[in-house]
Design a protein around this ligand. Structure first.
Ligand code: FES
Length: 103
């Protein structure tokens, strides 16, 4: 499945996610900058924060309370498009923006 990651400088990286990958794990496997996945997908770190640009909301899994709480701890500002990459399956093509880390 093609997952596109847009970096804060506009660079677009297209990753071919393997079955079972999440938006976080596919990014780690492909060395996409800005997605760290420190906690390994356990909703404990928020270093997998992405903005979902192109994916019908209906296709995304509903946000759990745990994800909602962790999104309050992101380094970049949370928006209506914010999700934890480790909670997003890659069974549908998707375009996400990787938040720039504020300096
Ligand atoms: Fe840590 Fe997603 S990888 S919250």
């Amino acid at each position: 499945t093609k997952i596109d990651y847009i970096q804060s400088d506009g660079t677009r990286i297209t990753v071919d996610a393997a079955p079972g990958d999440t938006v976080m794990s596919a990014a780690i496997a492909a060395d996409v900058d800005g997605i760290v996945g420190e906690c390994g997908g356990n909703m404990m770190c928020a270093t997998c924060h992405v903005y979902v640009d192109e994916a019908p909301a209906a296709r995304l899994p509903a946000m759990t309370d745990d994800e909602d709480q962790m999104l309050a701890c992101t380094e970049a500002p949370r928006t209506a498009l914010s999700r934890l990459g480790c909670q997003l399956p890659t069974d549908e093509p998707m375009v996400v923006t990787v938040p720039g880390i504020p300096t």
